[in-house]
Design a protein around this ligand. Structure first.
Ligand SMILES: N[C@@H](CCC(=O)N[C@@H](CS)C(=O)NCC(=O)O)C(=O)O
Length: 472
């Protein structure tokens, strides 16, 4: 008897028995419970013995959920061979399995399943009493709670931030601001929870950890830089612990944290896509590249039909070398705790290379609008977040000035080169909200203003500081 035939035979017997659970049948069952149980176990064993086919590319973090769950559960799940994003998932056969044409889809002897969380749950339930699913009613509920949280609060906001940046949805700065602040809100809550918990539920990995970690993988790999995640140290600790568990690592490969937030690209026109406009603008785009090696690696951004182009060099990298090492200054700034003027400020001017760098004052043009303190602080925080793309080339201080509204926002920036870098002006819409004035370092008054801004001197121009934020 083939495995498939045995499967259907047992499945059929099992379903009949379940369907006929009349009181009389129940009595028979309770007398001979073992037949029912054995049948159930055999069905499940056969389910596990047969490799289930998962349709997705080998870099899809949604597919990783089921693959990791399968590893933990002793279930065989295999990625379909030669999957081509935008082609394989648009065939009539595929659309029969998932009418929306998205991946992943799991083929099972009982029929296809789409939606990655449902797939991961199915795979996990193939193991009877699987500890990944918890062991009490409240644990089941908490696992579901964190699965929804990971999808709706974390994944959704990461995607709302990431997708427009890589050109697969319209980029709207205020929408990005909302996505980032919603993501931060979720991460802050998660951070509090993880301060006293190693895992999301109980004392071991559950399906909730698998799903949340896979969702975070996209964020950490593509958009959540160290400067972004360092606000959430317990989330960082959790994430790096999870992805280094051998069972996770086997599927995820080595994860490298994003070094910068992807610069905004112009929205892709539908005609550029091979799938000729079938894809909605909001689709999730991870590169579903052909397997280059047997080992899956973290997602790659972009669409698979686009050959990776060599990254154009930033013009600032082509400037003559400077004796000033920006990171050395940033380290000095961060490490100086006392005698700031004598150590950090003096050190700054000793290092400063006016040929390789320039200093700029910026002054917010619409200070009258700064009537609510936390809104003003968030605005400045958002600006610094968006400046992430300039981290290699800039240092900045932003002061929020005044003890009552309207607050003034003024800043000092150190940029590589002699101009405010063009790519920053192009990519960071906040730049035009400020007046920019180059510092004349031969003017002692301007130099002193630089010093005061670097050291958060108070009172600054006669007023107290509501906050001083540093970009480093
Ligand atoms: N909620 C779905 C999301 C599926 C999804 O967005 N899949 C993307 C790739 S990760 C896709 O297939 N996009 C192709 C398209 O939009 O046509 C899940 O968790 O499975």
């Amino acid at each position: 008897m083939t495995v498939g035939y045995a499967y259907y035979f047992l499945e059929d017997a099992y379903l009949r028995m379940t369907a006929q659970r009349s009181p009389t049948f129940s009595r028979i069952l309770s007398r001979d419970h073992s037949i029912f149980d054995r049948c159930f176990f055999e069905v499940n064993n056969l389910r596990k013995a047969m490799a289930l086919v998962l349709h997705a590319g080998n870099t899809n973090k949604n597919a990783f959920k089921a693959l990791i769950a399968a590893e933990y559960s002793g279930v065989k799940v295999e990625l379909v061979k030669d999957f081509e994003m935008g082609v394989s998932n648009k065939t009539p056969e595929f659309l029969k399995m998932n009418p929306i044409g998205k991946v992943p889809v799991l083929e099972t002897p009982e029929g296809p399943i789409f939606e990655s969380n449902a797939i991961a749950r199915y795979v996990t339930r193939l193991k009877v009493d699987n500890p990944l699913l918890g062991s009490s009613l409240i644990e089941y509920a908490h696992i579901e709670q964190w699965i929804d949280f990971g999808s709706l609060e974390i994944d959704t906001n990461i995607l709302r931030w990431f997708i427009p940046r890589i050109g697969y949805a319209v980029y709207l700065p205020p929408a990005e601001e909302v996505a980032i602040s919603s993501l931060k809100r979720a991460l802050a809550a998660l951070n509090v929870y993880l301060a006293s918990n190693t895992y999301l539920v109980g004392q071991a990995v559950t399906l909730a950890d698998i799903i949340l970690t896979c969702n975070l993988t996209l964020g950490f790999s593509w958009i959540m830089t160290k400067s972004f995640t360092s606000e959430f140290p317990h989330v960082e600790r959790y994430f790096w612990t999870m992805v280094n568990i051998p069972t996770f690592k086997k599927i995820l490969g080595e994860i490298k944290q994003a070094e910068s937030v992807p610069p905004v690209q112009s929205a892709k026109k539908p005609t550029q896509s091979k799938s000729k406009g079938q894809d909605g603008p909001n689709k999730e785009v991870k590169k579903e590249a052909k397997k280059e090696s047997a080992k899956p690696k973290a997602e790659e951004a972009g669409e698979e039909e686009e050959a990776p182009k060599p990254k154009p060099k930033n013009p600032l990298d082509l400037l003559p070398p400077s004796k000033m090492i920006l990171d050395e200054w940033k380290r000095l700034y961060s490490n100086t705790k006392t005698n700031f003027r004598e150590v950090a400020i003096k050190g700054f001017w000793d290092m400063y290379d006016p040929k390789g760098y320039s200093l700029w004052f910026c002054d917010y043009k619409y200070n009258d609008e700064n009537t609510v303190s936390f809104v003003t602080l968030n605005k400045v925080g958002g600006f610094l977040q968006r400046m992430d793309l300039a981290r290699k080339y800039a240092f900045g201080k932003m002061l929020v000035i005044g003890s009552e509204a309207p607050f003034k926002v003024k800043g000092l920036w150190l940029f590589r080169g002699q101009e405010v870098p063009q790519f920053v002006i192009d990519e960071c819409y906040d730049m035009e909200l400020y007046e920019w004035k180059k510092v004349d370092i031969n003017d002692e008054a301007q130099k002193e203003r630089v010093n005061q801004m670097i050291e958060d001197y108070e009172p600054f121009e006669g007023e107290s500081l509501l906050d001083a934020k540093c970009f480093k």
